[in-house]
Design a binder for this molecule. Structure first.
Ligand SMILES: [Mg+2]
Length: 411
């Protein structure tokens, strides 16, 4: 069968757009079109034609299997095309169940410091102990829960936005829990996160299931690595070969017993008497990244592109766009901040790095800097930002507003 003409594709595209009656789906579709058009230089109409050619091929397949299908005819677009049924439900089914989710795409979720934070009640501080009275012992919608199992009592805090995150992620991916916690602990936490057993069913992997002691690996997650994304706060717990699949998330340290790592050597959230924001906090930002990656995957999943979709490549490319065009001059970063590590992070985010503070720099990164450098940055219109600006870019997957991280330029 000859491929449909561009005019035919365009006409089908117009027809199909009428079927996008779900606002959220339409929004995602439009975002992806814009993103792909911007990055690849491909015109929007050709992407649209490409996307709809997928539908076209599916419809043609249906046509050959259902000779009597005549209620909705696409013959005017392509002579061999017909689509059966008394309404559009068949076509909607294609969009919602096949085209929208063409392969088994996996999202592997860590628990501790990623979706939740927990503490033994005996480890709570004087300032935290009152939270026990606020905690629920049932599987209600609250964010604080008490867990009593295996002779231990714990307080569990859900990360803000986690319920909406799971609900939306579940529309794109098959969700797995993968924790280094025990099987009993994982089961208790999953009862809180997924009280109706909608997301994880039996897809919970715990310490006892690991094939290598103390190491997480994708070898026990069904499906292709190319179709899998991991969300975890700790890269080092994964095998080296699986780290390309990871979106590293900012540690959720709510309770004081959580030991901050070198990157967040600040007070925990209870000590600061605050919490992450729901609407634009860490999980909301990561959900946005996942949506972008998901749609990139679908757009790549096109025979015409010649590329096999692979989340590892998609994440690398997305990461490499975050600080593209920035030239960072590092100065006054103490060793404990992991100077070399920050440099590597910046390059992964697409920035160029230098230790020379000169006119080519767009940003001067420091924890503290000398008055002369501060004066130079001010006179030359350079951003003088704290290294936390880079850490925010790393974890939020966007270029943060410099104004929120400026170091003083005058003493
Ligand atoms: Mg963790």
């Amino acid at each position: 069968m000859a491929p449909p003409s561009p005019d035919a594709l365009l006409e089908l595209a117009l027809l199909c757009d009428e079927i996008f009656d779900d606002e959220e789906t339409l929004k995602k579709f439009e975002c992806s079109k814009k993103r792909c058009g911007r990055e690849s230089g491909t015109s929007i109409s050709s992407i649209e034609a490409s996307l709809h050619s997928k539908v076209l091929s599916e419809l043609c397949t249906l046509d050959s299997a259902t000779d009597t299908a005549t209620d909705i005819s696409f013959k005017k677009i392509h002579e061999h095309m017909r689509f059966g049924g008394s309404d559009n439900t068949g076509l909607e089914h294609l969009y919602s169940n096949h085209w929208m989710k063409p392969k088994k795409l996996n999202l592997v979720l860590d628990l501790d410091h990623t979706l939740i934070n927990s503490s033994y009640i005996e480890d709570l501080t004087c300032d935290e102990i009152h939270l026990v009275d606020q905690a629920s012992t049932t599987k209600d919608a609250g964010s604080l829960h008490r867990l009593d199992f295996n002779d231990c009592s714990m307080l569990l805090k859900l990360r803000p936005f986690v319920r909406q995150f799971l609900e939306e992620a579940n529309t794109m991916f098959d969700l797995y829990v993968y924790t280094m916690g025990t099987r009993d602990y994982a089961a208790e936490v999953v009862k809180i996160l997924d009280p109706e057993n909608k997301y994880f069913t039996s897809k919970v992997i715990s310490r006892e299931d690991c094939t290598q002691s103390g190491v997480k690996a994708l070898d026990i997650v069904p499906g292709s690595k190319a179709c899998t994304i991991i969300l975890d706060d700790t890269l080092s717990v994964w095998t080296q070969e699986d780290r390309e699949n990871i979106i590293e998330i900012w540690k959720y340290n709510f309770f004081a017993s959580s030991s901050p790592d070198s990157y967040s050597s600040c007070k925990t959230l209870t000590q600061k008497r605050t919490d992450e924001r729901e609407a634009d906090g860490t999980l909301a930002s990561i959900l946005s990244v996942l949506k972008d990656a998901y749609w990139e995957f679908l757009l790549m999943d096109d025979e015409q592109s010649g590329l096999q979709p692979d989340f590892r490549r998609i994440l690398k490319e997305m990461r490499n766009e975050i600080l593209r065009g920035c030239l960072l001059a590092f100065t006054g970063v103490p060793p404990r901040r992991g100077w070399i590590s920050l440099w590597q992070v910046a390059e992964q985010l697409g920035a160029k790095c230098s230790t020379l503070v000169d006119s080519s720099a767009t940003h001067v990164l420091a924890v503290h800097c000398s008055p002369s450098v501060a004066e130079w940055a001010l006179e030359n219109g350079k951003f003088l930002v704290h290294v936390n600006w880079l850490e925010s870019a790393r974890f939020l997957w966007r270029r943060p507003r410099e104004e929120e991280y400026l170091l003083p330029t005058r003493s």
